[in-house]
Design a protein around this ligand. Structure first.
Ligand SMILES: O=C1O[C@H](COP(=O)(O)O)[C@@H](O)[C@H](O)[C@H]1O
Length: 234
């Protein structure tokens, strides 16, 4: 089931999201001594990452992953890794969390995706590996991570990480697949702004390959959709 949380404004949505992630990290570390978190890119989550850096004062045992990455160098302004470096890591307490960048993604996307999947399988417990929390965004077209509407990759059953050609620049990307995302203990989708209201309404209307974010609901995952009031369905 997808649970909707409507916050008063973008700042409150970011704060709620950062608090949820910090709580999931604390819970995972208390129970297992380690926390695996995947992060999103794009324009929306930077404010959340700055807040998260203030909320979490001890990053030991915390592993950060990327739910998707654009096939550009890791320091490119379009890189999701660069976003996390400039926001979360720029102000996070030291020692920093362990950050699993998608190495080599700009040269060999398919090879980088396969290597990232192997690293996930070797590092995170479970089959599929079970993240403690996966933070995702939502595009105006309903895409999430780099799972785009009606892409055949939405049918993937066994691979956890794949190279894709998206419909939003930069077009070459790698993405977690639905089996990887659905296995997470908790999934949070953060969306802001009136431009996302249509996609949010569609996401809540029921599963459809036209809206990949509507397919996140898994057996083991709780999905929470956190939006500001301008993005809330009327
Ligand atoms: O391209 C991407 O888009 C989505 C949504 O981004 P936003 O700019 O609308 O917030 C994002 O979640 C994904 O990680 C990113 O690569």
């Amino acid at each position: 089931m997808i649970q909707l949380t409507v916050a008063g404004d973008a700042d409150a949505a970011a704060r709620t999201t950062a608090e949820r992630i910090a709580a999931a990290i604390a819970e995972a570390r208390a129970e297992r001594g380690i926390a695996h978190v995947s992060l999103a890119g794009g324009r929306t989550p930077g404010r959340t990452y700055r807040m998260l850096a203030r909320l979490v004062t001890d990053w030991s045992g915390v592993h950060l992953w990327f739910g998707d990455e654009r096939c550009v160098p890791l320091d490119d302004p379009e890189s999701n890794h660069r976003l996390v470096a400039d926001t979360l890591l720029a102000s996070a307490a030291r020692p920093h969390p362990i950050v699993h960048a998608v190495e080599g993604v700009e040269d060999d996307p398919a090879g980088a995706a396969a290597a990232y999947e192997a690293l996930l399988r070797a590092t995170v417990d479970g089959d599929p590996p079970q993240l403690d929390v996966a933070l995702l965004g939502l595009g105006e077209d309903g895409h999430t991570a780099s799972l785009f509407p009606n892409d055949p990759v939405l049918e993937e059953q066994s691979k956890l990480c794949l190279a894709v050609h998206g419909t939003k620049p930069p077009f070459e990307r790698i993405t977690f697949t639905l089996p990887m995302l659905r296995a997470a203990r908790r999934v949070i989708v953060l969306a802001e702004g009136a431009g996302k209201a249509w996609a949010i309404g569609q996401m809540l209307a029921g599963p459809s390959e036209r809206i990949p974010a509507s397919l996140l609901d898994g057996d083991r995952s709780e999905v929470e959709l956190i939006v500001d009031h301008t993005a809330a369905p009327q």
